[in-house]
Ligand binder design. Structure first.
Ligand SMILES: C[S@@+](CC[C@H](N)C(=O)[O-])C[C@H]1O[C@@H](n2cnc3c(N)ncnc32)[C@H](O)[C@@H]1O
Length: 263
């Protein structure tokens, strides 16, 4: 029997994770995702939590596991400049990689305080860069005026700030290694839609070679609430059902995007 628990099967069972003995939630075995539509019915892939439990806006641990499994080796240095509750560095260490994380407001001692646009890391030190940056103003991460979560994606300031973070990621990443960005689009009733994923992908294509574009099914609790679906149908808008996962490779040697011939 396949361990894969499709969204349809989960719905038939009434949603939520599979239940095992004594009704305890059971996580399906973690397997490498092999299509461009990624789904796993739990934030965590093991009973040992990765990242600070309850940290708002945290990244699903299994997404990072899949990336590190494909694009890194044991001992590699994995860097996250928007490290939040530390999911990336915990998964990296769980997989015998070295993890280094920065955040404007570190919540753990093993995360260093820094702005993603000015990192205290030497050039070409990281073997993999992962980032899950703020993409709208709905979460108040900190009071710090440099928090990118204070910038609306309806304004160019947000994209300028992200360009600064991409430039730093490019600087610290080794040649021929990979970078992944996890981000959502934004929709606001009166303002409309901003295709954040598409805009950031185009910006990144100026720096890196694009490898692939994955849609990750969102496990957002809001999506289980009938009232939200009713409002979306009546208001003729869509609830955000997936996150973009954009994967790039740094190629500075001849033929890469930087010499203008790789695109
Ligand atoms: C979506 S959360 C990251 C969640 C994280 N991946 C996790 O699993 O916990 C975005 C993070 O970006 C941080 N942040 C916002 N602006 C920043 C900046 N200019 N430099 C560094 N971190 C920033 C916020 O403090 C927040 O922790």
């Amino acid at each position: 029997m396949s361990d894969y628990d499709s969204p349809r099967n989960a719905r038939r069972r009434g949603g939520g994770p599979r239940r095992g003995a004594y009704g305890r939630p059971q996580k399906p075995a973690l397997k490498l995702q092999t299509t461009t539509l990624w789904y796993y019915p739990s934030q965590q892939y093991s009973d040992q939590p990765m990242g600070l439990p309850g940290y708002e806006g945290r990244t699903p641990a299994w997404v990072i596991w899949n990336l590190l499994e494909r694009y890194t080796r044991e001992g590699d240095l994995v860097m996250d400049p928007f490290c939040g509750g530390g999911t990336t560095i915990d998964v990296a260490r769980d997989m015998k990689r070295r993890g280094i994380g920065y955040d404007l407001r570190p919540v753990r001692e093993d995360i260093f305080k820094a702005d993603a646009r000015k990192l205290p890391l030497e050039d070409e030190k990281a073997d993999f860069v992962f980032m899950d940056p703020p993409y709208s103003t709905h979460i108040e991460y900190s009071e710090d005026p440099n928090c990118i979560g204070k910038l609306s994606a309806f304004d160019d300031d947000y994209f300028e700030a992200m360009e600064g973070a991409f430039a730093e990621a490019d600087r610290v990443l080794r040649d021929r290694r990979y970078f992944a960005l996890y981000v959502s689009d934004s929709f606001e009733k009166k303002k409309g839609f901003v295709p954040i994923g598409a805009r950031l992908a185009e910006m990144l294509r100026g720096r890196f070679k694009i490898v692939d574009h994955i849609s990750v099914v969102r496990g957002n609790r809001k999506l289980e609430k009938p009232a939200f679906h009713k409002a979306a149908a009546e208001g003729n808008f869509f609830l955000r059902g997936f996150q973009h996962l954009l994967i790039f490779k740094k190629e500075t040697a001849q033929g890469g995007p930087k010499d203008g011939r790789g695109r």
